[in-house]
Design a protein. Structure first.
Length: 169
């Protein structure tokens, strides 16, 4: 097993942590939104780079892409290097999903109950976009772009994904 040296062991400039801080703020905001609405989230929660494995109930904020320009800027238009940059992150909420036993179909009531969680997760994520549109300084951001999708159930779990594009100042 590889040992990962702690970042704290090195004199890294605070400016280099802008993306780290953004990912943590998004994860914290998701937790705050769900807590304010009385909706429990899976206890396994983290942020990462790339697509996470959907192997258990969890909440993951994952960096997908960085680009030069504000959210929604046309990629074909030249941008000033010192301009706004945007991050594309995915918020994954994975919850348990019923599996039929011994080749039997899952009862419709169990499917509906599992689907209620996905519907609630989807609604809270898309309804909370204002909370994600802020700068590192606590001021309003440049706006966001977001979509929310439910992935098909797979292996006893189902995931709701919010694709979120926001400015990195």
């Amino acid at each position: 097993m590889a040992t990962i040296p702690p970042v704290a062991n090195y004199p890294i400039s605070e400016d280099a942590f802008e993306l780290v801080n953004l990912l943590q703020r998004v994860l914290t905001q998701v937790g705050d939104v769900f807590a304010a609405n009385g909706v429990p989230l899976p206890t396994r929660q983290y942020w990462a780079v790339g697509t996470p494995a959907e192997d258990c109930a969890q909440v993951v904020v994952a960096l997908s892409q960085l680009y030069l320009g504000g959210p929604g800027d046309a990629a074909a238009e030249p941008q000033r290097c010192e301009g706004v940059r945007s991050a594309v992150v995915n918020v994954y909420i994975t919850r348990d999903y019923p599996i039929g036993e011994q080749g039997r179909a899952v009862a419709p009531e169990r499917i509906i109950e599992a689907s209620k969680w996905v519907a609630i997760d989807s609604w809270l994520l898309i309804s909370s976009l204002k909370g994600f549109d802020w700068s590192a300084f606590g001021t309003p951001g440049a706006g966001v772009i977001a979509t929310v999708n439910a992935l098909p159930p797979n292996g006893g779990v189902q995931t709701t994904v919010m694709n979120l594009t926001l400015a990195v100042m």
